[in-house]
Design a protein around this ligand. Structure first.
Ligand SMILES: [Cu+2]
Length: 276
């Protein structure tokens, strides 16, 4: 190596180092106590002339699990603080309308007037088939807030039949990098006895899925990696499963998932391809 080239390489390494550290610092951690960013995704007026603001962690939204916040202002500008607010996301498709898994608004707002909820959008919206978040306030007042739901960039939001029952799930690694990485799976199912316009028709899958067995594999080199742990249910977070993904080098990896039933049987399997 020529001295100049070596110098350039050393300089590049020194430049890359602080960037790498900084990036790691900014990665959102699954159990971070720091509240996430809130961005407005919609604002509509109700028949009772209330202003309803819908917030999420990003706009437009992506398929899969999204935390949502609402802030409601009365006609006189004061913050609404009732404990009687709930949401019903609806997708208006060509041939039918359906809802999705929801973590319902519970109780009143925080000190700044924000109500907290979450929704799992199982498919993206398009020009003819929009998603709307219907907000009910106090039993008589309601409004639809149109939202845009983009396709998941890596296709990690899936709908599949396992043993005749439709399941909806997302695989969300905290980060893709060498090491043992936290991964969250959001897992729901279709409850056929409930209408598909009711979020209760899409309950968390905890009554069917005991855990999600995980394995990482690098097909091009024929090896796996240490540091993988099966995803098990998070206490008090129905539908959320947490595990670890082990990667021992960069490149193309496959993540094998097996949904293990409460009786220890395998309900279904799926594969996710990643590259980093
Ligand atoms: Cu749909």
């Amino acid at each position: 190596m020529k001295p100049v080239a070596r110098l350039t390489l050393v300089a590049a390494l020194f430049l890359a180092l602080p960037i790498a550290c900084k990036k790691e610092k900014n990665e959102p951690q699954p159990n971070s106590p720091i509240p996430p960013m809130r961005v407005e995704v919609g604002h509509e007026h109700t028949p009772a002339e209330r202003h309803v603001y819908l917030y999420a962690e990003r706009n437009p939204l992506y398929e899969g699990y999204n935390r949502l916040w609402l802030q409601i202002k009365n006609a006189n500008g004061s913050l609404y603080a009732g404990s009687d607010v709930r949401i019903v996301p609806l997708m208006f498709m060509m041939n039918h309308t359906h809802s999705c898994p929801v973590e319902q608004v519970s109780g009143g707002p925080d000190e700044q007037g924000y109500y907290t909820a979450a929704a799992f959008f199982q498919m993206p919206s398009n020009d003819q088939e929009p998603w709307k978040v219907r907000v009910y306030i106090g039993g008589t007042d309601s409004v639809d807030i149109p939202i845009t739901v983009n396709p998941h960039p890596q296709g990690f939001v899936r709908r599949k039949m396992f043993g005749g029952m439709p399941f909806l799930y997302e695989l969300r690694p905290a980060q893709l990098a060498v090491g043992s990485q936290d991964v969250t799976l959001y897992v729901y199912r279709r409850e056929m006895s409930r209408p598909m316009t009711d979020p209760a028709g899409f309950p968390p899958a905890n009554d069917r899925v005991a855990k999600v067995a995980l394995k990482t594999w690098m097909p091009s080199m024929g090896h796996g990696a240490e540091g993988t742990q099966d995803a098990t249910p998070l206490p008090d977070m129905p539908g959320h499963y947490r595990g670890k993904l082990g990667f021992n080098m960069t490149g193309d990896w496959e993540i094998y998932t097996a949904f293990i039933g409460t009786g220890g049987d395998t309900l279904g399997i799926d594969t996710f391809a990643v590259r980093f």
